[in-house]
Design a protein around this ligand. Structure first.
Ligand code: PEP
Length: 262
């Protein structure tokens, strides 16, 4: 389902799942079930844990299948005394093309702030020689949704994530609208609810970067997307793909979602 010039992106977020052997099996199953020419119409990526990035990359490379690999997080400094962190040059050197930034689980469990998210987005967009496109996650909690102020909340998250970033580099970024109440809950946003916020996000991007850049940027929906509901969600005018958690751990479900984006 193509929207103007925007090629849809279906990205799997494996979260903290799959040891190395399991990851290779899952990547191989995805590769086996995918038709290479689908990738002319839809971009596909998987985001496994750091320990699986290289082996998963190698599976797709060996099969000459243009499925991208992404990290789930990154640190903004290029190197140094930051025990336990992983840098952009490190994920770049093993072939990452994407990096999730500011996932709600990182904000909730690991204390990531809007300022941290902004530093990571800035650092990723600064290096365009080895381009890694940030997938910037935003989305409101159930209490914010019920307060009715969710558009204002998400608008502020987008503005904070992109603070100080120029339009000419911002266009490489991808925004994922992931209402927290829909993540891992089986409670998907309706297509209308998802479209409402994704369209508001595009308005914010337009205010920040101009309408041309906003019309180029991809906005994904994430939150209990599966093979049963993907079609209607992906059919919305401002939804340019999906960030898939649970359903990305089953090759057949993930590949069905990819098909729904064609
Ligand atoms: C996610 O964590 O990015 C996500 C969308 O998860 P799920 O599909 O499991 O709701």
């Amino acid at each position: 389902m193509e929207h103007m010039a925007r090629k849809p992106l279906i990205a799997g977020n494996w979260k903290m799942n799959e040891t190395i052997g399991e990851a290779v099996v899952l990547a191989q199953e995805i590769s086996n079930e995918m038709e290479p020419d689908w990738l002319d119409a839809v971009a596909v990526a998987v985001c496994p844990p750091f320990t699986d990035l290289k082996p998963v990359y190698t599976v797709f490379e060996f099969d000459k299948l243009r499925v991208g690999v992404g990290a789930q997080n990154v640190y903004w400094e290029p190197s140094g005394a930051y025990t336990g962190e992983i840098s952009i040059p490190m994920i770049s050197a093993i072939g990452c093309a994407y990096c999730i930034v500011g996932h709600s689980e990182r904000r909730q469990y690991f204390g990531e702030t809007n300022e941290d998210v902004n530093r990571k987005v800035q650092a990723l967009l600064a290096d365009r020689t080895h381009p890694i496109d940030p997938i910037v996650c935003v989305g409101e909690s159930l209490s914010v949704r019920e307060s009715g102020d969710y558009i204002t909340f998400v608008d502020a998250q987008v503005r904070a994530a992109f603070a100080g970033i120029d339009a000419d580099v911002a266009r490489a970024a991808i925004v994922a609208y992931e209402p927290i109440w829909a993540i891992g809950t089986g409670r998907t946003a309706t297509p209308e609810q998802a479209q409402e916020v994704c369209s508001a996000i595009r308005e914010t991007l337009g205010a920040l970067f101009g309408q041309d850049v906003a019309d180029e940027m991809r906005i994904l929906y994430g939150g209990s997307m599966n093979e049963g509901n993907a079609d209607l969600l992906l059919g919305q005018p401002d939804i340019d793909g999906g960030l898939i958690g649970g359903a990305s751990l089953k090759a057949s479900s993930f590949v069905q979602i990819v098909k729904a984006a064609l």
